[in-house]
Write a protein that binds this ligand. Structure first.
Ligand code: PRX
Length: 637
């Protein structure tokens, strides 16, 4: 029997949702339910039909027109909330700024004016490669205001990754910074951008935010400082009403090949989904809560729960530039205390680190303002869940473990904090209106408890509408394994109570500290080094980051293995993909385990990396060396 925690009584008594009537409403008439949710947004032209098409071709709120920036800013200011703080920005090096809705609207219009002058029009794509500074959400909303789509590239990605994403999307404008602060050091964002734009590039204009003051090269005719280009005086730039299905943004994510996919999200459905789930999951009270989603806006969590979800609800959020352990290991708790954070949403990896560092860092601060805790991005182990609830939440805060993906746009599974009991490590139940089902390998819903695959059987508002430039890949990746269902790669278990546990990816996608990385991307980065003949990469379990990257490499004849080469290859992968993709261990081997037909046996490599018993290896062409490899893997762990 698993450990079951009913919602804390005080919380449940005051929760805004205390029963399952929303679920019942959605079950009775799903379309009417979503139409009602959509009407909490402001539509320039009301929609005529709620949904059309099937999973591969869904269109939501058909005929409706709206603007995402208008819904996140103008309507709140018009309603008299201009003085409410939208973001408490907590930067590195004691930089702080609180920005009201009126100020945010003003800055967004000024940046929109600049983008418009640079020729940005409805339907264009703008690349954004910034640290966690206010200019990041401002730039996103300025694009949305003009009906242009943004493509935010995480600041930890390399020049090569940035170049690939810019080229794939055909971005004409890039917004970046002279650099970003990280743990006291500086990330050379502008240098990376210069490298990404060298040679042929679709980018015509670059706006550069001054953040670090580092000396950077400005290319005449192409590069302009943000603070010089953006007008200092207020300008009125109307929010362009766009079709509900107008592209709002692209966000690249790793799949099972070396080429990341440009996941497409559109306006009306996405905004409806993230606005509603922000209210439900977090029991949000926009007039009193201080909401802190401690993710980076470079990932979907930040798009949905730092930018669009909270702003659509006129909430007050913390926008945090730093890291959990700089300058001290109490950094999070200092921030919670400073702003009186009431809702904290973070990744299990961070919680496991806090746990390792010890409760004294939490206890050194008054964190009693917290009333709800959330997790996202990877499975949370029960010990970390319990620690989070007891030490951070003082036992009085419900913990919501939210399952979703870049592709789903917003949360899909989570306990509702005032309704469902929670089980540590369990994502529990679909939120209202989502047709989530666990199926067997033939695509049949499991009749009772058991293990299977997580699928979604009906279109939902925030779902991805495609893979940019590759409709075939869209269909193959998500809809071919189980016809008539969406499948994005997670295994799941249904327990005796009908609750859903996420078992992790069943494809070649790793989840390292909550970040999605494909084995193929890392393999392709490794073989792009001259010393490497062949590489195989697997994810193995890791106490802190959930999974760690384990690489197996065979070298070209003339190269010697050794600690130097291991370091060189790690640096090389960091350069090609970004620091998060560096393998934790690299084992050199004269041969990789292959079937007699020459296919690399990843299952066996996973067993070796995990230190599991190898079982029967007689079908292998090169069985004898596996024992040796597994001994070396054990030593490297
Ligand atoms: O494997 C699941 C895991 O993260 C994957 C999605 O990654 P990404 O698109 O980068 O989005 C992460 C933030 C939403 C999923 O396929 N995952 C996400 N949330 C959970 C999770 N695994 C277990 N429990 C979760 N709560």
């Amino acid at each position: 029997m698993s450990d079951v925690h009913p919602p804390p009584a005080d919380f449940a008594a005051r929760a805004q949702i205390r029963d399952t009537s929303l679920h019942e409403e959605a079950l009775a008439d799903r379309e009417a339910f979503w139409a009602r949710q959509a009407r909490s947004l402001d539509w320039a032209t009301p929609f005529e039909r709620t949904v059309e098409g099937d999973l591969t071709d869904a269109r939501w709120f058909v005929g409706g027109e709206l603007n995402a920036a208008y819904n996140c800013l103008d309507r709140h200011v018009e309603a008299g909330l201009g003085d409410r703080v939208a973001y408490h920005w907590e930067g590195e090096n004691d930089d702080r700024r609180s920005i009201t809705y009126a100020q945010l609207l003003d800055e967004v219009q000024r940046v929109a004016a600049t983008l418009r002058d640079l020729g940005v029009r409805r339907g264009d794509r703008v690349a954004i490669y910034l640290p966690m500074v206010p200019e990041l959400p401002v730039s996103m909303l300025a694009c949305a205001r003009l009906g242009a789509a943004h493509s935010v590239v995480f600041g930890g990605f390399s020049a090569t990754s940035l170049r690939d994403r810019i080229e794939d999307a055909g971005c004409r404008v890039l917004i970046t910074a002279d650099g970003g602060f990280r743990r006291g050091g500086v990330v050379p964002l502008k240098d990376n951008a210069d490298e990404a734009l060298a040679g042929d590039t679709p980018v015509e204009h670059v706006l550069v935010v001054r953040r670090t003051g580092a000396e950077v090269r400005m290319q005449d005719g192409r590069d302009r400082w943000y603070h010089e280009a953006v007008p200092a005086e207020p300008v009125a730039i109307p929010a362009v009403p766009v079709d509900s299905e107008q592209l709002l943004f692209l966000l690249y994510t790793s799949g099972t090949t070396a080429k990341p996919k440009g996941v497409m999200h559109t306006t009306g459905g996405y905004l409806t989904h993230v606005a509603a789930t922000t209210r439900w999951t977090f029991d949000l009270r926009p007039d009193t809560d201080v909401f802190w989603c401690a993710a980076d806006i470079g990932w979907v969590t930040g798009h949905s729960y730092i930018v669009y979800g909270p702003l659509a609800n006129a909430a007050t959020s913390v926008l945090f530039e730093g890291t959990p352990d700089h300058p001290g290991r109490d950094r999070f708790w200092e921030v919670v205390e400073r702003y009186g954070v009431t809702i904290l949403y973070t990744a299990p990896t961070a919680i496991r680190s806090f746990m390792k560092w010890g409760r004294e860092h939490v206890d050194a601060h008054d964190v009693s303002s917290l009333r709800l805790l959330g997790t996202v991005g990877e499975p949370i182990n029960p010990a970390a869940w319990v620690w989070y609830r007891d030490v951070v939440g003082g036992g009085r805060c419900p913990v919501v473990d939210t399952w979703w993906q870049t592709e789903t746009g917003g949360q899909m599974l989570t306990p509702l904090p005032g309704v469902h009991a929670a089980k540590p490590g369990c994502a529990m139940q679909p939120l209202p209106g989502f047709g989530v089902e666990v199926v067997d390998e033939h695509g049949q819903p499991l009749p009772g408890p058991g293990d299977g695959y997580l699928t979604i059987r009906q279109p939902w508002p925030g779902m991805l509408r495609g893979v940019w430039g590759d409709p075939q890949r869209f269909r193959d990746t998500y809809f071919s394994r189980f016809p008539g269902r969406y499948f994005a790669g997670d295994g799941a278990r249904i327990d005796e109570d009908g609750d859903i546990w996420i078992l992790g990816r069943v494809d070649d996608v790793m989840n390292v500290a909550g970040h999605r990385i494909s084995t193929a991307e890392v393999e392709s980065a490794l073989v792009s080094h001259e010393a490497v003949a062949e590489a195989a990469v697997v994810g193995r379990s890791d106490e802190t980051s959930g999974q760690a990257i384990a690489a197996f490499v065979t070298l070209r004849g003339e190269h010697d293995d050794g600690a130097d080469l291991e370091q060189t290859l790690r640096t090389h992968v960091g350069k090609v993909l970004g620091p998060i993709a560096k393998p934790k261990t690299i084992l050199f081997t004269p041969d990789l385990p292959k079937t007699r037909s020459g296919k690399i046996m990843r299952r066996l490599l996973r067993d070796i990396a995990e230190g599991r018993d190898l079982g029967d290896t007689t079908t292998l062409a090169n069985a004898e060396m596996m024992t040796e490899l597994s001994e070396r893997a054990a030593a490297a762990r």
